[in-house]
Every structure is written in structure tokens, then in C-alpha cells.
Design a protein around this ligand. Structure first.
Ligand code: C2E
Ligand code: MG
Ligand code: MG
Ligand code: MG
Length: 293
């Protein structure tokens, strides 16, 4: 009987492994097809834009660009497919696609009268070493206008953090501001800061999400804000979902945030509409005499 159970376990394990391997293989295929679609227009990928908001005023000052697999098949998020793209050696093509779209949209929105302050994209380790990235960044100034480009990195890069990576980060820093994503989690921590020059940190939503109920989370947020201030780093809160979190973050001294409270990641069209509504609202407010407020 015991023997039978053991054999069963093995076959269940094999089954699970096979399912995982097959879905990895299938997802890699979907990514390759999505990228290959049309030369430089990757028709199977889309970019979503999540508002970055000034917590004091509630005004949208920029966005974080987030990639989506939009090939009409079963939905799979970037948390799952980015690591697969990394292993398959194609993540740089995804990152460059996202960067290109983000820059293009930024220029279009500025032309429409909605200039932004922050344009943020995520980069994987191998993208950092991509020569095309340097070319893209050299040509980015015009599209950016007055906006600042933020490049979000994670600590996984330390592991591959050989001297050339460090050197390259220094080079990227001449055109963009470098930030540490998911700060405070296993992905990104303090040790990184001793080795790599960065300009801002993003507070992970693990802490922000529970800071109203959890005194430890709140203390962690508080100390991370102090820490950033002490080093002269910018700080951006992720995963802001409630007004209570907004109030706490402001009282801790965090001035920029993103999260479902302000807006989910939106299509380019939707984000443009939100910017247009915001401009109309701000103009109406400015036109109104202060005494009637
Ligand atoms: P991230 O950079 O930390 O991005 C934030 C994630 O949190 C996004 O998930 C976003 O949709 C989600 N989020 C935003 N606000 C809230 C909130 O209030 N509550 C909750 N529960 N979640 C919120 P998403 O879009 O699934 O992206 C997951 C991760 O995939 C990103 O985490 C980033 O590490 C990676 N990623 C996304 N796009 C790219 C890309 O173009 N290139 C690379 N290399 N990685 C990317
Ligand atoms: Mg990010
Ligand atoms: Mg993040
Ligand atoms: Mg995060």
C-alpha cells in the first residue's frame, strides 16, 4: 500500500512538472509570435499606463508603463511571462517595445496639451546590457520633453551585477533616473544600495497595502521614507488602494504614489481620456475666482 502511494506521488509530480513545462513552452511561443508579428510593431503585445499621482494634490503627474500579452489567447500577466522571457533571452525586445511605446505616447500626450513629469518603465537585467537601449535613450530627449525618464530595476540584477553592469548603469544614469522597484521585499533591499548608484526607491505594495492595520508595516514604511530622505533619494509608493493609505503616506512624507485608489493600469486611449478630463477640471478650477471656493 505504502509502495502504491509512493508511486502515485511520483506520477502526480511528473504530471505537474509536465504541465508547468508545457505552459512555459506555450507561453514562450506566444511571446515569440507576439514579438514577431509585424517587424517593429509587436501586435501581440500592449502597454498599459498606470497613473503616478502627486499625493498632496491628487494630480496625475506621470505613468508607469506595464506590458500585457494581448494576443487574444488566455490572459497571462507579466509576473508569469517576464521570467519566461528572461530565460528565453527575449526580454530585451519586450522592454524596448514598451519603452518605445511609452516615449511615443508621452510625445503625443504633450502635443495634446498634457505634458507629464515622470515616464517610468521596468527593465530586466539583460536589457540593461542591450546596445539598442543606449541608442533608444539617446533619442529619447525629444519625446520626453520636460518629462523625466525613470528606469525601474530589481535586485535580481545584483546577482548578475558584474562590473560591466555597474558601468552600464552609470551610463544609463546620464539619460534617466534609476530606481529600485519592490523595495524592501526579497527582490530589492538595502544591500543593493552600497553597490549601485540609484536615484529613487519604490515602496513595495506588501507594506503599503497593510500599513493601516499593521503597526510593523507602518514602521517599515516610515523608516524607508526616512532612509530615502537621508540619502536624498526620491520615493514612490506602490499599491495605494485607500484614502487612509494616502493620508498615512503623506504624513510619513511620501509625495508620489500609484495604485488602484487612483487608477488601474489603463490602455493608451483610456489614459489619454483621463488626462484630458483632468486638464478640463484643472482649467475650470483655475478660472473660478478663489472667493467662490
Ligand atoms: P511592478 O513593476 O512592481 O508593477 C506594479 C504591479 O502592481 C503591476 O502588476 C500593477 O498592475 C500592480 N498594481 C498597481 N497598483 C496596484 C494596487 O493598488 N493593488 C494591487 N494589488 N496591485 C497593483 P503587473 O502589471 O501585473 O506587473 C507585474 C510585474 O511585471 C511588474 O511589477 C514588473 O516587475 C513586471 N513588468 C511589467 N511590465 C514589465 C516590462 O515592460 N518589462 C519588465 N522587465 N518587467 C515588467
Ligand atoms: Mg515597476
Ligand atoms: Mg514595483
Ligand atoms: Mg511591487
Amino acid at each position: 500500500r505504502a509502495k502504491g502511494t509512493g508511486r502515485n506521488r511520483v506520477s502526480v509530480f511528473d504530471e505537474q512538472l509536465r504541465t508547468v513545462m508545457m505552459s512555459r513552452f506555450a507561453i514562450e511561443g506566444r511571446l515569440r509570435r507576439a514579438l514577431d508579428d509585424d517587424g517593429d510593431v509587436a501586435a501581440g503585445l500592449a502597454v498599459n499606463y498606470q497613473p503616478l499621482v502627486d499625493l498632496d494634490t491628487g494630480v496625475i503627474i506621470g505613468f508607469e508603463a506595464l506590458v500585457r500579452l494581448a494576443d487574444g489567447e488566455s490572459p497571462v500577466g507579466p509576473d508569469l511571462f517576464i521570467p519566461i522571457a528572461e530565460e528565453a533571452g527575449i526580454v530585451d525586445r519586450i522592454d524596448l517595445f514598451v519603452l518605445g511605446q511609452a516615449l511615443r505616447q508621452t510625445a503625443l500626450w504633450a502635443e495634446a496639451g498634457h505634458p507629464l513629469e515622470i515616464v517610468s518603465v521596468n527593465l530586466s537585467a539583460s536589457t540593461i546590457m542591450s546596445p539598442e537601449l543606449l541608442v533608444e535613450l539617446d533619442g529619447a530627449a525629444q519625446a520626453l520633453g520636460s518629462a523625466e525618464l525613470h528606469l525601474e530595476l530589481t535586485e535580481r540584477m545584483i546577482i548578475q551585477g558584474t562590473p560591466p553592469v555597474k558601468e552600464r548603469l552609470g551610463l544609463l544614469r546620464t539619460n534617466a533616473r534609476l530606481g529600485l522597484d519592490d523595495f524592501g521585499t526579497g527582490n530589492s533591499g538595502y544591500a543593493y544600495l552600497m553597490d549601485f548608484p540609484i536615484d529613487f526607491i519604490k515602496l513595495d505594495r506588501t507594506f503599503v497595502g497593510v500599513m493601516e492595520e499593521d503597526a510593523v508595516a507602518r514602521a517599515i514604511v516610515s523608516s524607508m521614507v526616512d532612509f530615502a530622505e537621508g540619502l536624498g533619494l526620491g520615493i514612490i509608493a506602490e499599491g495605494v488602494e485607500t484614502i487612509g493609505q494616502v493620508d498615512l503616506l503623506r504624513s510619513e512624507g511620501c509625495r508620489i504614489g500609484q495604485g488602484f485608489y487612483y487608477g488601474r493600469p489603463l490602455s493608451a486611449k483610456e489614459f489619454g481620456e483621463v488626462l484630458a478630463r483632468q486638464s478640463t477640471g484643472l482649467e475650470a478650477k483655475a478660472a473660478k475666482p478663489a472667493s467662490t471656493a
